[in-house]
Design a protein around this ligand. Structure first.
Ligand code: UDP
Length: 265
């Protein structure tokens, strides 16, 4: 067991699939939300004494980055919850005969999380993205879930020099969940590095979710999302991503050749 995990009902190996050595939990969005709810409930019932738990939303770019970035790979494999964000992950799990029930994106999960927070009175903190974007995303989430309590918003940065001050902000805000939008792998490594001192129940990396919710970036039409072409729409809207996406065909080849196998943490 990782030093960062608490005594929660652990997911056993049959509920996870390893793709190139990277763990992905075979959960629907509903199941993922129920697990997040259980973690927050348990921490609250212990007077907020339990350590923070990490949630990672994995896509094929994560898989490739995790091959060479050990800290990133360890962060994912030790997380309390790892959901299949990218359609490439859904396909890989299907190819490896351990399919995931559905794609679970960071943006959709954040919207559902807002509903959960509004219903249960959990306090949500939005950290990251360009200045002003988290505030707009918070307004949008409050439209979707009117009773939502936003504990705070802050752009900040994943720089080491800012860590202490950000943790102080989270403590003062008395948040239950922090969603971190610094892009991968920075956001996930930032959470992993600070896990033992983050004063929240859940810390989740959400990539571009604030950009989408704030309206700063337009998300692919539902039809494109459904047929697994959200990445293509993103490339069309943000052509600078071509270099990052060059790894995707290589990722597909590696999954065909190596399947579950990858480096250990
Ligand atoms: N970002 C940030 N600080 C940084 C780097 C990135 O706040 O030092 C933000 C960026 O503004 C964006 C978010 O990280 O809102 C996610 O970036 P990206 O779209 O690349 O993430 P992805 O969804 O591809 O993981």
């Amino acid at each position: 067991m990782s030093p960062h995990t608490v005594d929660m009902p652990q997911l056993n190996s049959s509920t996870s699939v390893y793709v190139l050595g990277v763990r992905v939990d075979r959960l629907s969005q509903r199941q993922a939300l129920d697990r997040i709810d259980a973690i927050i409930t348990q921490r609250r019932s212990c007077g907020n004494q339990l350590p923070c738990q990490q949630v990672v939303t994995v896509n094929p770019e994560f898989l490739m980055a995790a091959q060479r970035n050990t800290q990133f790979r360890c962060a994912i494999n030790a997380a309390a919850l790892v959901v299949a964000d990218g359609m490439g992950i859904v396909w890989a799990a299907w190819y490896l005969r351990q399919p995931v029930p559905e794609r679970v994106t960071g943006t959709d999960t954040l919207a559902e999380l807002a509903q959960l927070c509004a219903t249960k009175g959990y306090r949500l903190y939005l950290l990251g993205a360009a200045p002003g974007v988290a505030e707009l995303a918070a307004q949008r989430l409050q439209q979707l879930a009117p009773r939502l309590q936003i504990a705070g918003t802050y752009a900040g940065s994943p720089a080491l020099a800012e860590e202490e001050a950000i943790i102080e902000r989270l403590r003062a805000a008395q948040a239950d969940i922090v969603c971190v939008a610094y892009g991968a792998p920075a956001q996930d490594v930032w959470i992993y590095r600070n896990l033992t001192r983050l004063p929240v129940a859940i810390a989740m990396g959400v990539g571009g979710a604030f950009d989408f919710l704030s309206g700063r970036q337009r998300r692919a039409p539902r039809a494109m999302q459904r047929i697994g072409l959200e990445w293509l729409y993103r490339l069309y809207r943000e052509p600078w991503r071509w270099r990052r996406m060059l790894v995707l065909p290589l990722c597909a080849v590696l999954v065909l050749l190596k399947g579950h196998k990858g480096l250990e943490c």
